[in-house]
Design a protein around this ligand. Structure first.
Ligand SMILES: [Ca+2]
Length: 125
């Protein structure tokens, strides 16, 4: 009986440990420029690559409307880790003013106040 209890306790400990690891991983995430994957183009809602991060390159060579991820008119900083240039636009479907141009492997830590919180789409350009 004692041996069975020990095996059950051990199994429960393993299950609990496997439940705790994903939770702690999710809560420890904090946005930083290093979070932008290699080869990706990334935008953040706040200055200096902080706040919520959106990765327009994750859907291909363009993201036509940031509102699909509740990121419309929020971008404040960006990092281009890709070998292609990326352009950020004021309106959906790559329309409106060109707010920012990111040559390959460049970053903007804070968009100027007249361009901040306006981006609605981005694509390779
Ligand atoms: Ca906009």
């Amino acid at each position: 009986m004692k041996r069975i209890a020990k095996v059950v306790t051990s199994a429960l400990t393993t299950v609990i440990a496997s439940l705790v690891i994903p939770l702690s991983g999710a809560t420890s995430a904090s946005a930083a420029v290093q979070d932008c994957p290699s080869g990706a183009f990334c935008l953040w809602s706040d200055a200096n690559f902080s706040g919520v991060m959106l990765v327009p390159s994750s859907v291909g060579t363009g993201w036509a409307y940031f509102g699909t991820r509740n990121f419309n008119d929020l971008a404040t900083s960006g990092r281009n880790n890709s070998s292609a240039a990326w352009c950020v636009f004021d309106d959906i479907n790559y329309q409106g003013a060109l707010l920012a141009y990111f040559p390959p492997n460049t970053q903007i830590s804070v968009l100027s106040s007249d361009l901040n919180d306006r981006a609605s789409s981005a694509r390779v350009c």
